[in-house]
Structures are given as C-alpha cells and as structure tokens.
Write a protein that binds this ligand. Structure first.
Ligand code: WQD
Length: 343
C-alpha cells in the first residue's frame, strides 16, 4: 500500500518536479492546483516521465468549503506539501492584497482541512526572503527573520509564524518549513521546467528567453553593489536537488524522526554566484553571447544571499549536488524545447 501525499500547487515549477520525485519514491500523489499559474499539460508530462498520472483536483484553496470537502475525500493522505501560492515579487508590491488573500487564505484553509481530517504532517514551501537583508553570511536558520521587502516575502514570514502558533496549540501536528534560496534548472527530460507567465521576474528565465530571441536584452539591475564584480550574489539551487529535499523531509515526518514539532531548513548549495557569474556560465554552456545592459538597481534587491547548508546536511542527510553549469544547461535545454513548439 503506497503512502498518499497531497501536493498543493503540484502543477507548478517546483511542485511538478517534487511530484516526479515522490512518484519515483513509490508515493501515491494527489495534486491540488487552481491552474492560475500553471498548465494541466504538466500532468501529461509527469505521466510521460514517470508512467504514472497523479490524481488531480482543480481547486482554488481560497474556497474553504470545497477545500474541506476535497481533503475529506483524501483523509488517508499521510502528509501535505504546500506549494500553492502566488510568487511574483514585483506584482506583490503593486497588489499586496491579492497576495495576502491568496497565499494566506489558501494556507489557512489547507491547514484547517488537514486538522479536520487528521492529516497531521505539513511541509511548507518557504523562502530565503524571510531573512530580509542578512547581517551575517552564510545565512543559518538561526539568523533572525526580518520584515521582507515584498508582500510575497511577508506572506512566507507570516505563514511560518502561523505554523509556530499552530504547533504550540496542537501537539499532534508536525511541520517542516523549507527555505529555498534561488531555484533554477529543469528536469533532465526537458519536458517540464519553469513556465513564467508574462515577462519573467527571475534572472534565469529572462536569460534563456533573451537567448532564444523572445526578449531583446537582459537588464542587469545594478553593478554598484558591495560585491567583487558589483552585481548581487545569490545561492542558485537546482530544482531537482530541491525536489529531493522535499521527499527526504516527507519521509522524516512519516517516520516521526523530527526533533521538534516545527523544523526549519535552508535549501541552498552554500555557494554564492553573482549575476555576471551566471551570465558567463550561460555563455559558456550555450556558446551564445548574451545581449545585456547594466541598468539601475531593482528596488528590494539585497547585495548577497547564500545559505549555510550545515543543518540540512546534519539532520536530513541532504545536500545539493548539481553544479551551476548543470543548472543552467538544464534551463537552456528546457527553453529550447519550449520554443521548438513540440511541447
Ligand atoms: C536574482 C538576481 C536581480 C532579473 C526572488 C524571490 C525569492 C524566490 C526567487 C520566488 C538579483 C538579478 C533578475 C533580471 C537581473 N522566490 N536580476 N535582471 O530576487 O534573488 O529572489 O526569486 O520564486 O523568494 O525573492 O531572484 O531571479 O529575481 O534575481 O539583474 O531581469 O538577478 O537583481 O540580483 P531573487 P531573481
């Protein structure tokens, strides 16, 4: 009998890669997704890659009664991995209420439906953005969180605080919050990857879309930061390494190996690369001279963010192992397949 896992936002970028890793680890998966920022085609590609088509429920988690009903139909689930959220940082600054409503109502309804149905294990998709502008690097989980610049980031920080209060009030509930640094890359099959709607906010998809001619040039947001080459440094992590960490975290909860009711782990590589490093690596991998221009800084960007990965290594026995070139090469393969039109 396979253990059933509910994955909210499972048609999304990180969600779909995690679903594949769960299926490959002999879990039964139920995807809940409202398809607001993903495509149902992803289900066919998951099927193509794994040979298994996950159970799919199209549902807006902001609808409390429908959410409660769907969870009661899957009360045999052993855990929930919660990816479902809006995640465009820039948009969240312009339209904060959309982000607070969507991300927090969805979270609250998911948690309530779990409690109602006795599903007491929860994995949360958090973000390094909860650290704000770090005073100490590399960032450990002990670094205090700061009020993130964007409403998107603040929904992640508030969510973690909700989890703290929940586990303090309910001693049967356990949660693991995974703080992602900068997820990039795509599945080696080239069948799934990042599918930004509209103009990409994030660096990697903007680079690959520029390289295929969809965008005229990449704007590099500032080279006057206090870093070796003046451009901001980030900890880029392959989405497959990220997916692997989620499966390890689920197994930890199912085996009741967690040491506290709420555990928090950074998911990064521990290595920082600048924007110009990423561009250089892309040019190396693709053989293309990327068209870019240095422009003004982007509001809210911090100079450096990279993770201490010691805790995840020690407690989860997990560390990222894909190199920057492997990450970039997989993103580039995905972009080219997307544009071949055969996806
Ligand atoms: C990386 C670097 C930009 C685009 C955000 C969220 C985080 C996570 C990932 C959501 C920065 C520079 C970018 C461009 C550029 N969540 N850049 N030109 O801002 O580190 O993190 O996305 O998925 O929670 O905060 O990622 O990829 O936007 O930017 O120069 O067109 O690339 O200034 O230094 P970021 P990013």
């Amino acid at each position: 009998m396979k253990n059933k896992i509910i994955v909210t936002g499972g048609c999304g970028y990180i969600g779909s890669h995690t679903v594949i890793e769960l299926i490959d680890n002999n879990f039964e998966v139920v995807i809940i997704d409202d398809l607001s920022n993903s495509s149902k085609k992803t289900l066919d590609r998951i099927h193509q890659i794994t040979g298994v088509k996950p159970i799919f429920v199209e549902l807006d988690l902001k609808d409390a009664s429908k959410t409660s009903m769907v969870f009661s139909e899957h009360k045999d689930a052993k855990a929930v991995i919660h990816f479902a959220a809006s995640k465009a940082v820039g948009e969240s600054v312009k339209n904060p209420l959309k982000y607070y409503k969507n991300n927090l109502y969805s979270l609250l309804n998911t948690l309530s439906a779990q409690i109602e149905n006795g599903i007491n294990n929860f994995i949360f998709s958090s973000s390094a953005t909860v650290y704000g502008t770090p005073e100490v690097l590399p960032i450990t989980e002990e670094n205090k969180t700061q009020r993130p610049f964007s409403a998107y980031g603040n929904t992640k920080k508030i969510a973690e605080e909700i989890l703290e209060d929940l586990i303090n009030s309910n001693d049967s509930f356990s949660a693991i919050s995974l703080r992602y640094f900068n997820p990039i890359g795509a599945h080696e099959s080239g069948l799934i990857g990042e599918l930004p709607s509209g103009i990409p906010n994030n660096l990697m998809p903007y680079i690959t879309q520029t390289a295929v001619g969809l965008r005229e040039k990449l704007m590099v947001y500032g080279n006057d930061y206090p870093t070796p080459d003046g451009t901001p440094i980030r900890d880029y992590i392959h989405v497959l390494d990220l997916a692997n960490a989620h499966v390890i975290a689920v197994k930890r909860l199912l085996l009741q190996k967690q040491e506290t009711a709420l555990e928090t782990f950074n998911l990064g590589t521990g290595k920082g690369f600048s924007v110009l490093d990423v561009i250089k690596s892309f040019e190396e991998v693709s053989g293309i001279n990327l068209n870019y221009e240095i422009v003004e800084r982007r509001p809210g960007d911090v100079p450096q963010l990279f993770a201490s990965t010691d805790l995840a290594k020690l407690k989860l026995g997990w560390s990222a192992n894909k190199t920057l070139n492997e990450m970039i090469s997989s993103s580039w393969q995905w972009e080219k397949k997307l544009r071949d039109g055969n996806l």
